[in-house]
Design a protein around this ligand. Structure first.
Ligand code: NOJ
Length: 745
């Protein structure tokens, strides 16, 4: 079995891509035991049957794209399709599998894929929210549980994790990733791949993961979904590709292409991305599926004249499976005859798909995942709900807490719960909750009622709709607030204001919600704002006027309980922002690891700044408060200089100086002061989430290798350069202790 193919490419850049010593971790353990079986199978298959393995169609029980191809059951019967998505449920998947097993010549089991993005039936926080936990074990567990539920419902494959870096909060799909930072996204990508796939794809409770969208999708110009991407190769390699590479190293089974172009070529036609980098340089042995109809979309992109040309380009680029486009089925046979595509290419693609079907055990028993009894036993199991609540509370970020407004006492006499999201079930599970049932979600009002003392009087007013101009409910909300001791004001976006095809040009609170907040604020009652949103919002007024703000994203099935856990102090918030919150949409893109420019901002006129606003964010990357306080001691670097082969050791003491126990995410950043190319002012290179009892001090140590300091140099070599570095350790990307060291040859 091949491990890594030699890189054969004239581009000097490609020659310098790091070639892993082994192929993927999980596929690496694979001893090649199925390759002979695949050889025999391929030898028996007609060309149409082979092409069928490269075709993925949607069933009609869900819609996740622009067109529905009619007659997918007919296609299954004819052996024209190897995989189906948007079909789940033990009975339904079994019924479809039966068609293949009973009516096709080769009886090659179908592969069932689905967007299991943040939980299957038990819905976890949206990925951006979950990333705010910085808790890799909890995130891995979330993916594990998603796989357990999905596999019990007949699914073999999820279209997750999305590992796209997103530096523009106007882009709705920022909700589906891990935010703006490459290091954090990389760690979370690995946790999610491990969670979905477990240790053995042959186990009944594991599913294939899919690293998407390869690549650069998050850099859509102006944050408009599907828009053009234009970036340097250096930025592509340094910022956007590392999470994908880490997913390969973690053994991810599949990749999905992105809708956008990279260096002028749509990703589904990019040999550079799919073959040269992914399959050759990184040694990826799984299969590559397109995003929805993205082969066909190369026609309007303008790199091919028609679907036939698009098909040839995609096959040559390295696409193995066509999602919903129907063009592999339609054009590959003729392209093969004409010599535009080689049989070897089709064989290789089919082999990659068949390999996964073998690994899943589908050839032993094609129905093994479609189990009504497992479905009944496991879906929304109490343990899953408990885990969802656990990671949901960890995902909450305390943005402001003046005079310890929070936590509230559980025996507070009168509490008003106000706002369009306060008693809302439908929105709170967030976008891409595909199979999730919002009717099972716990609202904030329900969560609060379940938490307070029996003597507490809870009143509720909606106050406004999420996104219209009607102000007629505000007066009632004000009355409700006037009669209470404190107000919980639950504001934010609709679930589908983020996610796919959900870009916004303004990231203010939608509708009249700020007006509602202002009216309630005028009552003089303490107003605690609970935010729900799939992206950073510009909330300057709230920041100035509300005594307390908690960012809760969309937390999923257990929303209300998790929020109540934090509001009443059963859980001390520990979440940290995985993305910068700007003051104004005009500052976008605003991210912490920017470069310095030749004219860093100062009071001088001719420096890099705006006339009307500072360069600072409203809340920096990594920011999040706690009900306790943490003191950071001096950072000690073990010696002043290191050679390239030595590890740089840092340590410091962190003390809980407050009255309650809490967790802190200790963050490590570096700056390479002088490089052959300009370097960011800060780059996250490590973090640790630690628990401290009141008064407790813990020593936190970090170790950095030369690899952690490496970047693409002026000659596009990936390596560390000797010179001086700063290190910063702190509670967020802005508030840090500083030290330094020298790296010598
Ligand atoms: C299009 C989306 O871009 C992708 O992320 C998703 O997996 C597919 N549709 C399938 O629903």
């Amino acid at each position: 079995m091949k491990i890594v193919k030699a890189i054969f490419c004239c581009s000097i850049f490609l020659l310098q891509l790091q070639v892993p010593a082994f192929a993927q971790a999980q596929l690496q353990n694979y001893d090649g035991r199925y390759e002979q079986k695949i050889d025999s199978l391929l030898a028996m298959m007609t060309i149409e049957e082979k092409i069928g393995q490269l075709v993925l169609y949607t069933s009609d029980i869900d819609v996740t794209g622009p067109t529905i191809r009619e007659g997918y059951k007919e296609d299954i019967k004819k052996g024209n399709v190897g995989a189906i998505f948007n079909a789940y449920g033990a009975a339904y998947t079994r019924m479809l599998q039966k068609i293949v097993m009973e009516e096709t010549r080769m009886k090659i089991p179908l592969l069932f894929g689905y967007d299991v993005i943040h939980g299957h039936k038990t819905i976890f926080p949206i990925p951006l929210g979950e990333s705010a936990s910085w808790d890799l074990a909890a995130i891995e567990k979330g993916a594990r549980i998603a796989a357990i539920e999905a596999s019990a419902e007949g699914l073999h494959w999820t279209f997750a994790p999305m590992v796209d870096i997103a530096r523009d909060p106007r882009w709705g799909r920022i909700a589906e990733g891990s935010g703006e930072d490459t290091y954090l996204t990389t760690k979370i990508a690995v946790a999610r791949v491990k969670g979905f796939q477990g240790d053995n794809l042959g186990e009944l409770n594991t599913i294939l993961a899919c690293a998407k969208h390869f690549a650069g999708y998050g850099a859509a110009l102006a944050g408009r979904d599907y828009n053009t991407v234009d970036m340097s190769d250096r930025v592509l390699r340094e910022v956007y590709l590392p999470p994908f590479k880490a997913a390969v190293d973690a053994g991810v089974a599949t990749f999905m292409t992105s809708f956008n172009e990279v260096h002028g070529v749509p990703a589904s036609g990019s040999q550079y991305l799919l073959t040269d980098i992914l399959k050759e340089a990184w040694g990826f042995d799984g299969f590559i599926v397109t995003d929805y109809t993205s082969i066909n979309e190369m026609v309007p992109h303008g790199v091919v004249a028609d679907n036939r040309e698009a098909t040839a380009l995609a096959m040559q680029a390295g696409v193995d499976m066509d999602m919903q486009g129907g063009v592999y089925q339609e054009y590959l046979p003729a392209l093969l005859k004409s010599g535009a595509v080689a049989e070897q290419q089709i064989n290789d693609a089919a082999r990659r798909v068949l390999r996964m079907k073998y690994m899943l055990g589908l050839f032993d028993d094609p129905y093994r995942y479609s189990s009504e009894s497992r479905e009944k036993e496991l879906v929304m199991h109490a343990d899953h709900l408990a885990a969802a609540r656990d990671v949901a509370k960890k995902s909450i970020v305390l943005l402001k807490n003046e005079n310890n407004t929070l936590p509230l006492k559980k025996n507070i006499r009168k509490l008003a719960v106000i706002g369009p999201l306060a008693d809302n079930q439908k929105e709170i599970i967030g976008s891409w909750s595909a199979a999730g049932d919002f009717k099972k979600a716990v609202t904030v009002l329900e969560g609060i009622k379940a938490a307070v003392s029996p003597a507490t009087k809870i009143t509720y007013a909606k106050g406004a709709n999420i996104n219209d101009n009607l102000t007629d409910q505000i007066a009632q909300a004000v009355k409700t607030a006037e009669q209470a001791d404190a107000v919980i004001l639950v504001l934010g976006e609709e679930a589908l204001m983020s996610g796919e095809a959900s870009s916004r040009s303004s990231i203010d609170l939608p509708g009249v919600q700020q007006q509602l907040a202002q009216a309630v604020h005028r009552t003089g009652k303490p107003v605690i704002v609970v935010l729900m949103n799939g992206r950073p919002l510009t909330i300057n007024w709230l920041d100035k006027n509300a005594p307390a703000i908690v960012e809760t994203w969309f937390l999923g099935t257990q929303t209300g309980h998790a929020i109540a856990d934090v509001l009443f102090g059963d859980y001390n918030p520990s979440g940290k922002l995985p993305v910068t919150f700007p003051q104004s949409v005009g500052q976008i893109p605003l991210f912490y690891n920017n470069k310095n420019t030749g004219r860093p901002r100062s009071d001088q006129k001719y420096t890099s700044k705006y006339l009307d606003i500072s360069n600072e964010p409203l809340y920096p990357f990594g920011f999040g408060l706690s009900y306790t306080t943490f003191n950071y001691g001096k950072v000690a670097v073990s010696k002043p200089s290191y050679t390239m082969s030595e590890n740089i050791m840092l340590e410091l003491n962190v003390t809980n100086t407050g009255k309650v126990a809490g967790e802190e995410v200790v963050q490590l950043y570096i700056q390479d002061l002088v490089g052959s190319v300009t370097r960011p002012v800060k780059e996250l290179k490590g973090f640790q989430k630690i628990f401290l009892a009141p008064g407790e001090t813990k020593k936190v140590s970090f170790s950095l290798s030369a690899d952690d300091l490496a970047f693409y140099t002026r000659d596009m070599e990936f390596k560390a350069e000797p010179g001086f570095f700063k290190v910063f350790v702190g509670t967020n990307s802005r508030d840090v202790q500083e030290a330094g060291f020298e790296l010598v040859k």
